[in-house]
Design a protein around this ligand. Structure first.
Ligand code: GAR
Length: 208
């Protein structure tokens, strides 16, 4: 099977990129090739994981914008675009043009808590469950079909930082699974829903 060519978008720490690289090395993501890491933040800590591995990096700017990224996606046959801690909203035309190829990692059990500050809002709402979701990106923020979720129980003693840590741990499991499904051609977007192993699914697959 030929390798899936991926771009990873990030804005900050990049611990999910670090984890993906480890999963490529361990063989769990043996059919994944990380072609480029793209950021809107030239100071993003996560860029160092790419530099350490000689993965090419690009900074979104006035001279390298979304049209240029689109040209590169075509030129280098990019199969999958992974938003792993990318904090900007993609332009509508970019999302439409690459429909079905872009997935986003979000730190909540979507459709609950779209947007920012999810851990704080979970505590404020008194939710008993929290977690992370991976979904296909559509033009509406955090609204595309969710195909995998990892769930954690919220304890009374939990704080924003403890939830952030637990959610990160679940993200380190579900994002590689999502990418592996792509590399094995098990998953595809189907309008508002998704196909898993060729069967239309409307609810996310829950992990843990
Ligand atoms: C992750 O928790 C991810 O779910 C979240 O940013 C964090 C990035 O962590 N993404 C969003 O909030 C997107 N709206 P990392 O930089 O350590 O991988």
């Amino acid at each position: 099977m030929s390798k899936l060519n991926c771009q990873i978008f990030l804005s900050g720490n990049g611990s999910n990129l670090k984890n993906i690289i480890q999963k490529v090395d361990s063989g769990f993501l043996q059919n994944i090739h990380i072609h480029t890491v793209i950021t809107d933040n030239p100071g993003a800590e996560g860029l160092r994981y790419a530099h350490e591995r000689n993965i090419s990096t690009k900074i979104i700017s006035d001279v390298y914008g979304y049209e240029d990224i689109s040209l590169d996606i075509k030129k280098y046959n990019i199969d999958l675009i992974v938003l792993a801690g990318f904090m900007k909203i993609l332009p509508k035309y970019f999302v439409e043009h690459h429909d079905g190829k872009i997935i986003n990692l979000h730190p909540s059990l979507l459709p609950k808590h779209r947007g920012l500050d999810t851990h704080k809002r979970v505590i404020q709402s008194g939710d008993s469950l929290h977690g992370a979701s991976v979904h296909f990106v559509t033009e509406k923020l955090d609204e595309g079909p969710v195909f995998i979720q990892g769930v954690i129980e919220v304890k009374e003693s939990d704080t924003v930082s403890s939830l952030k840590k637990s959610v990160h741990n679940i993200e380190y499991q579900i994002l590689p699974i999502a990418m592996r499904w792509f590399s094995e051609q098990l998953i595809e977007k189907n309008g508002k829903y998704f196909n898993f192993r060729g069967v239309l699914e409307k609810e996310p697959i829950r992990y843990l």
